[in-house]
Design a protein around this ligand. Structure first.
Ligand SMILES: Cc1cc2nc3c(=O)[nH]c(=O)nc-3n(C[C@H](O)[C@H](O)[C@H](O)COP(=O)(O)O)c2cc1C
Length: 293
């Protein structure tokens, strides 16, 4: 995404890796993976390493790249946005850039809330999702996170992660940004990435995300009441929760598909409006793609 800006005249890029004091593992042990979901959902910030930039400096544009963890911003990004250094974003235009399996709607709503409370201006959002249909990434993404194995298998499951072509294609965003830097001064809240297919909301995920987030919220409250990440009783109950979660997914998800098919004619307009809302501010249209590919 940034590569076209690297050699652009008059552009200085400052990179900052947002690192927690205690690194998260990769691949993830299965209990350790699930044990952080309450903190993700309730956005409990981890302790963060000091940032290298001066939080009082005036950046013209901030690109905030993050992963989604349990339908919420990943803990390092929460840690940063809730730290004093996040004041660097005040009154600044921000572009969020998400890489995830495909369920990012609730996480982005939470990011919007945090940016709002800091006083930052979200001008664009671009999203890259894991390759393959949702039923495949439902298997390939967790397999990758828990084993480190990204390869496709059985001839039907594609490799895990964002496709190399999609990653290369993200340079169109950088080219468009390089072309429109002047807009940051002249049209303050204007999107730079409209018409570039920056996001595509899958309406089929909207209800599922809401239900799953609600479930994480209720169970998360219970786990947080028991103790912090790593608490032995919490870990034991996690096993019960994982079984419950898998049962829910195997039963409620197919029911949801049937229910959606029945309700489709009645909720079509509502869904279309929700899609438009979630796709703001960059939208899913592609009329400028040819110019920047
Ligand atoms: C703890 C954890 C929870 C995750 N939860 C979600 C999720 O709720 N929705 C989603 O689309 N992806 C989820 N992912 C996948 C990540 O967003 C991301 O795709 C993955 O970590 C690979 O990121 P990378 O392409 O930056 O390496 C989760 C990953 C981790 C490590």
């Amino acid at each position: 995404m940034i590569s076209p800006l690297e050699n652009a005249k008059d552009v200085e890029i400052v990179w900052q890796n947002l690192e927690p004091k205690k690194p998260y593992p990769f691949p993830w042990p299965i209990l350790g993976f699930f044990d952080i979901f309450p903190e993700c959902v309730y956005m409990d910030p981890p302790e963060m390493q000091a940032v290298q930039f001066d939080a009082d400096s005036q950046f013209d544009l901030v690109i905030l790249a993050y992963q989604v963890w349990f339908l919420s911003p990943s803990l390092p990004i929460t840690g940063f946005l809730k730290s004093a250094e996040a004041r660097v974003l005040k009154d600044k235009p921000v572009i969020t850039f998400i890489a995830c399996r495909g369920m990012w709607l609730s996480a982005q709503e939470k990011i919007k809330g945090m940016l709002n409370s800091i006083g930052a201006r979200l001008i664009d959002n671009a999203v890259l999702v894991d390759q393959g249909p949702p039923w495949a990434t439902f298997v390939t993404t967790p397999r990758w996170l828990l084993t480190g194995n990204k390869k496709g298998f059985w001839g039907i499951f594609p490799p895990a992660g964002v496709a190399a072509d999609d990653i290369r294609g993200a340079s169109r965003f950088g080219r468009a940004i390089a072309d429109s830097l002047i807009k940051l001064e002249t049209e303050k809240d204007s999107s730079l990435l409209k018409g570039l297919g920056a996001v595509k909301v899958n309406p089929r995920y909207i209800a599922g995300e809401k239900i799953a987030h609600r479930s994480f919220f209720i169970w998360g409250k219970l786990f947080r009441a028991i103790g912090r990440t790593g608490h032995p009783l919490r870990r034991f109950l996690l096993i019960v929760y994982i079984v419950f979660l898998i049962t829910m997914i195997l039963t409620v998800m197919p029911l949801g598909v049937i229910l959606r098919a029945i309700l489709k004619p009645f909720i079509k307009e509502k869904l279309e409006n929700q899609v438009k809302e979630f796709e703001k501010p960059s939208g899913s249209s592609t009329e400028r793609m040819a110019q920047y590919i």
